[in-house]
Design a binder for this molecule. Sequence first.
Ligand SMILES: NC(=O)c1ccc[n+]([C@@H]2O[C@H](COP(=O)([O-])OP(=O)(O)OC[C@H]3O[C@@H](n4cnc5c(N)ncnc54)[C@H](OP(=O)(O)O)[C@@H]3O)[C@@H](O)[C@H]2O)c1
Length: 219
Amino acid sequence: MRYGVLGTGAVGRVLAGRLVEVGHDVQMGSRTADNEAAAAWAAEAGPNASHGTFADAAAFGQTVMNCTAGGASLDALAAAGAENLAGKVLIDVANALTFETGRLTLTVCNTDSLGEQIQRAYPDARVVKTLNTMGNEVMIHPERLPGLHSVFVSGDDAEAKQQVAGVLESFGWPPESIIDLGGIATARGTEMYLVLWIEMMQAAGGDRHFNINVVREAG
Ligand SMILES: NC(=O)c1ccc[n+]([C@@H]2O[C@H](COP(=O)([O-])OP(=O)(O)OC[C@H]3O[C@@H](n4cnc5c(N)ncnc54)[C@H](OP(=O)(O)O)[C@@H]3O)[C@@H](O)[C@H]2O)c1
């Protein structure tokens, strides 16, 4: 499949690289066509990797991944273009957070979420929020942590969530670790979890290589 990965930061590069590794053609998008990080990634990732603007990458992808800074995601998606997102699965990995007050705060929470904002702005896209509850190293190689641990999916389109579960499995996530929370409004919970994630990371002296596991009573 062809993927458009919007975002040239660590998350965009890591996810785009893993998508190439598991056999897809990937174009990375940026505000500019000549973004240095995107060009370096494409050169290293090989013949199935390319780069361009947000609009180029979204047009290229049969599926699009939003890996842009959460506070700028709506601007990045506007640049990608509604016509390049319509009808496509749009995997949203972003968190709208800021450290402006010296502590992590979310720029949207409680009664709304970035996932919902994106779905409202692009009603013809099939938005699935996932992978936003862990560091990027864990997203693409869940086996680097011992035992089972959880990844969440939120979205209004059941078929889109099924497709995304397939992508997660191709990264190594066992099906029993993938928790479908329900509609896109459930992204509020996974986005607000970020506050706890940051505090756990800080409490562990900055170690980002951890995740949570949802454990249930047997039977
Ligand atoms: N770091 C993690 O492990 C982790 C884990 C879970 C979720 N996330 C979320 O994943 C997303 C990506 O994180 P990241 O650390 O890889 O990168 P980032 O630095 O948060 O975002 C970089 C991307 O955002 C774009 N961008 C920045 N300002 C913009 C603006 N004003 N208008 C349009 N686009 C703009 C950049 O465009 P250019 O390419 O043009 O520079 C770049 O592609 C974030 O939402 C983050 O919260 C991160």
